[in-house]
Design a protein around this ligand. Sequence first.
Ligand SMILES: O=C1C[C@@](O)(C(=O)O)C[C@@H](O)[C@@H]1O
Length: 229
Amino acid sequence: MDFESFVLAAATADLGDAPAAREHADAVEFRMDLARDPLAALANYDGALPLIVTNRADFEGGEAEDDDARLDALCTAVEHSSVEAVDVELTTASEGGGERVIDHAHANGVSVIVSTHDFAKTPEPPKLRQLLDRACEYGDVGKLAVTARSTDDVLELLAATRASVAGGDRVATMAMGEPGRHSRAVAPLYGSRIGYAPVDPAEATAPGQYDLATLRRLVTELQSDPTED
Ligand SMILES: O=C1C[C@@](O)(C(=O)O)C[C@@H](O)[C@@H]1O
């Protein structure tokens, strides 16, 4: 997965959901931190959709303890032939020992998404650009998820997205929370390359997500050329 075009990822803690995601998703984001025995589930996975593996640390909104075992599990995961991308937090990449995961991913032909989240707010525009720049320094894709308190926040995120893309970076952006929901459908028009949606709406992995079928429909409708009808 090189993220040259938009990838819709079905986020789940249960790889048994993968067949249900197939109709609408391009990939499955396997939230290893939310799964019971993630490496066993991975070893048994032979589904058609490629996997993005995420083992989100507790300091970044996930449930995995931030220890060596968390990163060891990611190193094992990227060796699986279905795994085509791995998600590493910016803090982990820059100062938390994530370099070995990134190197091992690349050695296995796996793309690296370096992500950063703000669960409280949308930082000021210069900070948004800085976070995306830094994430792109370490990752093949830099991902920024912020919390929108108003639609103005979304505008600023979209502007930062556009500017990063214009500067040649590959990014994924989304605004969490209710006022940010529409960003998930609109950000791809500004160059965001990954969208996340739960297969089961009751199992959302972030606030304000659309369900998978809805996000696919919205992204497709917004991207289609009306003159082609
Ligand atoms: O980082 C992200 C983005 C996300 O937080 C979202 O807002 O859709 C959902 C997570 O599953 C994923 O790892």
